[in-house]
Design a protein around this ligand. Structure first.
Ligand code: 5AD
Ligand code: SF4
Length: 477
């Protein structure tokens, strides 16, 4: 048994992490033959991408994906810790699974992802959820075959969570959700330790992947006909700092651009280390999409300081304006937290003013959620729940006005859209995303899926655009 440990998870060192290539031991290759699995994924793109790895590991062991949890032999919850409601969803699901297991006692139930890295959660699973057969963390996905093999034999709960990462894995198998758009990890972990955030504990120290491994992966995607990669990390702007003296995200973006992949996105960026060089590179290369996710979190410099964000409102705005000036048509999206424990009405009004000024193209707004083990958890909370909801509602109204204004600027314009798929509500309606990451609905033939077509925008709503195809030539190829 290995348990999560926050004291160890908090430590940041200078050590480099050995890199190994994933190889499935022969003795596990038949373990899943004739059996099915079902994975429920919560949270961010990083978790979705981990699920792509987990699915491929399971399938290399002979398991087949089940459409329905009720009939599968292995049920796995890949969980998220970021806010309390993510916890509640996972625990609610465990409640349903408990009933299922009463009728089908032989199914194997596992929990992985960020919640598995939390001391309190694992303790609770051990004490109150004996029907959960196994738990593994974010640092040891590669141990899954062995863990499954152990629990297939033994009847005791298997908890294998590494408090901190000890090695990096390459050649991880992947079962990608899409054959046109791919996630590519470039850096794991986060060293920023924003005072409200659990991620530095659950995802560990910043570890960049080697540039040659990233480029090899993207080159293979180009060869396989992929149209878009999203370079992933909790803080992509820290890319390379732990590996190279003079190779940064800007350099990596240039190299990825040269692979010829039609579209490159990256997320998430911390404003603190977003360099001018990055802005230049985005502006220079056509296949780096002019769309930046730049979480601000608050419009009050006082709150930003307490959040440990390392920039003031003024510094954020300087960067924001620079991006808007230097990158033609750039869209900027953000994350905002309301109700941080010490946030006053005055602080909140500053956030409203910033949102009004910036007219973000998209935004995710949240009510502060106490995360056990983080510094902000210990701060005295000044605001009632009711007031926090009121603030969220007021902020959302202003954000929505910004989205609509930004969408309206596209009315009548012709924009490149990567066609994603068929809109579920109508057989003739397709949907896709512009270079600036706006959702567009339009009529068209299924043969357009996976292509980049020119669409004229005919109607603008708050969260989406309507359009008509004016050229179905694959504009980027
Ligand atoms: N409470 C509310 N929102 C949070 N986020 C991170 N931690 C918390 C928390 N404790 C938000 C931040 C971050 C996004 C991914 O989630 O806005 O950018
Ligand atoms: Fe959390 Fe801050 Fe790291 Fe983002 S940068 S993952 S908010 S600690």
């Amino acid at each position: 048994m290995n348990l999560p440990n926050y004291k160890e998870a908090r430590v940041r060192g200078k050590e480099s992490f050995p890199i190994e290539n994933f190889v499935l031991d022969k003795k596990y290759q038949e373990l899943g033959r004739g059996k099915t699995y079902y994975i429920k994924t919560y949270g961010c793109q990083m978790n979705e991408h981990d699920t792509e790895n987990i699915k491929a590991i399971l399938e290399s062991m002979g398991y087949v994906e089940a459409e329905d949890m009720n009939v599968s032999d292995v049920i796995l919850l890949n969980t998220c810790s970021i806010r309390e409601n993510a916890h509640n969803k996972a625990f609610g699901m465990l409640g349903r699974i408990k009933h299922l297991k009463e009728n089908r006692p032989n199914i194997l139930v596992g929990l992985c992802g960020c919640m598995a890295q939390e001391e309190g959660v694992v303790k609770k699973i051990g004490e109150d959820y004996p029907f959960v057969n196994f738990v593994f963390g974010t640092h040891n996905l590669y141990d899954l075959p062995q863990i499954l093999s152990n629990v297939s034999i033994s009847l005791k709960q298997e908890i294998e969570v590494l408090a901190k990462p000890c090695k990096m894995m390459e050649d991880f198998p992947l079962k990608r959700v899409s054959n046109k758009k791919a996630y590519v990890n470039i850096i794991y972990g986060c060293d920023k330790f924003c005072t409200y955030c659990i991620v530095p504990f659950t995802r560990g120290q910043e570890r960049s992947r080697r540039r040659e491994d990233i480029l090899k992966e993207v080159t293979a995607l180009v060869r396989d006909g992929y149209m878009e990669v999203t370079l992933l990390g909790q803080n992509v702007n820290a890319y390379g700092k732990d590996l190279y003296p003079d190779y940064s995200l800007a350099n990596l973006l240039e190299d990825v651009s040269r692979t010829g992949i039609p579209r490159i996105r990256f997320m998430t960026s911390h404003p603190w280390d977003f360099t001018d060089e990055m802005i230049d590179v985005i502006q220079k290369y056509d296949n780096i999409m002019p769309s930046i996710h730049l979480p601000v979190q608050s419009g009050s410099s006082r709150v930003l300081k307490q959040m440990g964000r390392r920039y003031t409102k003024e510094e954020y705005l300087t960067l924001f304006k620079k991006m808007r000036e230097r990158i033609p048509n750039v869209t900027i999206s953000t994350d905002i937290i309301v109700g941080f424990p010490t946030e006053t009405e005055e602080d909140f009004n500053e956030t409203l003013m910033l949102a009004k000024f910036c007219q973000f193209d998209n935004a995710f707004s949240f009510i502060f959620s106490k995360r056990e083990g983080t510094p902000a958890c210990k701060l005295e909370d000044l605001t009632t729940e009711e007031e926090k909801h009121r603030r969220l509602h007021q902020l959302n109204q202003i954000l929505n006005e910004g989205f609509l204004a930004s969408n309206q600027r596209l009315l009548g314009k012709r924009v490149p859209v990567l066609v994603d798929g068929v809109n579920e509500t109508s057989k003739t309606a397709l949907f896709g995303y512009t270079d600036t990451n706006k959702l567009v609905n339009f009529d068209g033939d299924c043969s357009l899926i996976g292509k980049i077509v020119l669409v004229e925008i005919t109607e603008c709503k708050t969260w989406s655009l309507d359009g008509k195809v004016v050229s179905d030539i694959n504009v980027n190829v």
